[in-house]
Design a protein around this ligand. Sequence first.
Ligand code: NAP
Length: 259
Amino acid sequence: MTSQAYLSDLFSLDGRTALVTGGSSGIGRAVAGALARAGARVVVVARGKEQLADTVSELTAQGAQVSYVAGDLGSRAGVRAVAEEAAGVFGEPDILVNSAGINLRPPMGELGEDVWDTTLAVNLEAPFLLGQRFGPGMAERGFGRIIHVTSQQAHRAFVQSGAYGVSKGALESLARSQAEAWSPYGVTVNTLVPGFVMTPLNERLASDPEKVAALAARTMTGRNGLAEDFEGAAVFLASRASAYVTGQSLFVDGGLSVH
Ligand SMILES: NC(=O)c1ccc[n+]([C@@H]2O[C@H](COP(=O)([O-])OP(=O)(O)OC[C@H]3O[C@@H](n4cnc5c(N)ncnc54)[C@H](OP(=O)(O)O)[C@@H]3O)[C@@H](O)[C@H]2O)c1
């Protein structure tokens, strides 16, 4: 067996279909590209059409099979509409990546019901509803991969975690519940846990060089994360190679969480 054949047997996503929420920016965009280059047909979901179209044209130019569905994951009706439209593009997904997320940071004492509701809707309820929509089908077909993107704030407070930390902590619990339900049928469910990653989500913090340097110093690798740091872990968790890994939180954070 050649090394190429061996690697392909373990990690190839040829013939798989994937849905990546938040696939037009940051971590989701890098993960969508990685899954597509590994062979999957990928549908990316977000609100902004311009960035979605830009993502699709960039990846298509690399030879990938990628399409987009524009929609708002902030309401139940929005999630349902997105799910149906996305499943109509390449068929029911084998791989679901929940990377869409928002981080609004009012001080705890000023955190209103609007921020609470919006945060939990996008960060927690959308992944739950998409899981309900696609998990049972994956289990019936005997193969599935659900990958949530959480945060160090699922594990500790960091810069006014507020409702965001709550949503991410609950998302890790959701992953374990989904893993418990569907792992006997070939569906693994895991979370990728970023530390501090230089993406548009962190624009405000990232524009302060002193803070950026201080955060980098807290890692073991001496630098902050980049979206492409998630590519290898995502392909692993989406592939046959991770069949016995489920209900886990995989920290992709340069050692930040253990330093
Ligand atoms: N960057 C970090 O340091 C960091 C750290 C820990 C965890 N994370 C997590 O990693 C994930 C990705 O973050 P990122 O840094 O890559 O952020 P990003 O660059 O801001 O990307 C967020 C993506 O989510 C989409 N999105 C946001 N609200 C949406 C909605 N209501 N409906 C549909 N799509 C929506 C955005 O597109 P539209 O705005 O066009 O809808 C965009 O594609 C998030 O879950 C975040 O919480 C990031």
